[in-house]
Design a protein around this ligand. Structure first.
Ligand code: PGA
Length: 247
């Protein structure tokens, strides 16, 4: 499976930072066995997508409806027209700050699929859930709910990527033990195969949460870790490119 390394710029980046996107994009040419995605603020998508050659530009969220009276929101058609090939959905910061539910995120996944865009669906437990020993079942349940897999969904595994991001590892410098990451990814793989059948084996499962050059190689070497979703270390080519190299 081709590794997939995705930048999540969150609410960072002005036009002056396009040079970092371009530096990441030109470095990506050297690693043609790795898929590189750059999730940018909406304001940079058009400019960046016109210039990149070796990576895909994406958004960090989309609305679940195709159009309508939703002040301040962006539809998949708008993002696609601007040049986004994918969108991150269900990031824990959006679940927390915007009260997004797994049910809502399942609708976004379907809307992205209908727009022929990739979806990078984020799931992950908080610290209390991890400490209680319930993380594996909690996150597998979140996966099922966030893809409406228990319902009669027409969601297909194509262009779908899962990102496991323990909330307590995001931006903290704390990373789960490698054995815990491996156990979670194996659980998620089993769930994907149970839900989608054999094609569930081809869905990439990324790890996210304090990934940096110094830990990327060990994390990416784990079975069923098919790439990384990177926040802080993705803002500069200098810290992001070594993670692409590690893949
Ligand atoms: P981080 O963020 O790499 O800064 O921990 C990851 C993410 O939130 O996607």
């Amino acid at each position: 499976m081709r590794p997939y390394i995705v930048a999540n710029w969150k609410m960072h980046g002005l036009m002056a930072d396009i040079n970092e996107v371009m530096a990441i994009d030109s470095a990506a040419a050297k690693f043609d066995h790795v898929d590189v995605g750059i999730g940018l603020p909406a304001t940079l998508i058009h400019t960046a997508s016109e210039q990149v050659k070796n990576s895909e530009i994406g958004a960090q969220d989309c609305h679940q409806a195709e159009q309508g009276a939703h002040t301040g929101c962006l539809s998949t058609a708008m993002l696609s027209e601007a040049g986004a090939a994918f969108s991150i959905i269900g990031h824990s910061e959006r679940r927390a700050d915007h009260a997004e539910t797994s049910r809502l995120i399942a609708q976004k996944a379907l809307t992205l699929q209908n727009a022929s865009m990739g979806a990078i669906l984020c799931i992950g437990e908080d610290l209390a859930t991890r400490q209680s020993g319930a993380a594996l079942d909690f996150v597998a349940g979140q996966l099922v709910e966030s893809l409406a897999l228990a319902d009669d969904t027409s969601l297909s595994p194509e262009r779908l990527t899962i990102a496991y991001e323990p909330i307590w590892a995001i931006g903290t410098g704390h990373v789960p033990a490698l054995t815990d990451i491996a156990a979670m990814h194996s659980k998620l793989r089993d769930q994907l195969m149970a839900s989608f059948g054999p094609t569930g084996d081809a869905i990439r499962i990324l790890y996210g949460g304090s990934v940096k050059a110094s830990n990327a190689e060990d994390i990416l070497a784990l079975e069923n870790v098919n790439g990384a979703l990177v926040g802080g270390a993705s803002l500069k080519a200098e810290s992001f490119v070594p993670i692409i190299a590690a893949a």
